[in-house]
Design a protein around this ligand. Sequence first.
Ligand SMILES: [Zn+2]
Length: 411
Amino acid sequence: MTPLSSAPPISMPDLKRPDRLAAPEEVARQLGFTRREFLRSAAGLALGRTVFSGAFASSLSASTLLSRTGIPAKKRKVVVITFGGGARDQETFAPEGQENIPHLMRELIPQSTFFTQVVNRGILGHYVATASLATGAYETINNFASLPPENPTVFEYFRKDLRRPASDAWVVAPSNGFNRIGESNNRSYGPGLGAGVILPKHLLTAATSGGRADYQHLLRDNYETPFYTPELGGREFQLQQLEMILKLSVDDFKKHALTLSSPDELSVYIARQLMRQLAPSLLWITMHDIDIAHAGAYSLYIEGIRRTDRLCADLWKTVQSEPEYAGNTTLFILPDFGRDADDDSGGNGFQHHRTGDPLSRTTWLMALGAGVRQGVVYDRALQSTDLVPTLGSMLGFSPSLAQGKPIAELL
Ligand SMILES: [Zn+2]
């Protein structure tokens, strides 16, 4: 590691005007480098030395896990948060954006190992991209159809290899379109081996059927195609989830929902309840408020970023204060993808992610908690598909069909 004080002076490339003629890999590299410098100067992070040790990483055994972290494999927990819809650096890591993410900058990043260049080579739609993150393989399913992922999900690998019960893996997802994300249609895995999926909006719809007017601000399903909201049945099942699993009465849930300002707040409320009642070892929470950017209102997009920043810190506090999680949990935060560049005519800057340009593909990842070094930043290129193999090495399962590689710096 190179201490900050001895780092050589660096000339910064202009983030807002990356060389549009450069190859996509070069633009992504520049972006990762610039992001690293933003963090290094603002948060005083050390620069990590990249180590390549994939071979040993994929063969870690449960006993190795114990010696590396001091935590028995059975007690180890992982929480993954997807950082809702993607935001540009201008509104986050760049000097002018840092005021929007005070919790990330001051509390979480200094405690984390941070990767500034995570490239998503897949389809940039929220459901299909989140499914790709969860399978470790670039999924090609229709983003706007109610279909399961084609490759086994992390939840299936985890539960099948480690023989974990259904109560040990859960997803809290933002819209009805995510209802199939818990398990794939792969023949060796699939039904009965995946994660339970909780759709807080669906719960709220079930709880308030007949009188939803007061809850409209929480029920908007999708910011990209407002007319696409798959109708899901199962009101009985939803109310059963609420009362049997989350231990919330319909009335208490409705009353609490009225105090919340956004769908992501509702998701975090549900996730916290799940942590207290079932304490799953693998918990996946997908945020989505930032994606209101599609509506074109910059102020709402900024509000979404600030809220997501706060909610990530709130969840980290919950991890540290819940006895089942404190001290044995690794938290991962990463966006599903970014947003288009300002100077791309098809993209409209902050508003969309439709051009597939390098800025919309180059995101970041932070890990903090059990087994993770604090205050280190790396800018070598990772891929979105590396997350699942990393979780496999950490928890001791084999994601045999994932395309990515374990991130050696986290193992
Ligand atoms: Zn979107």
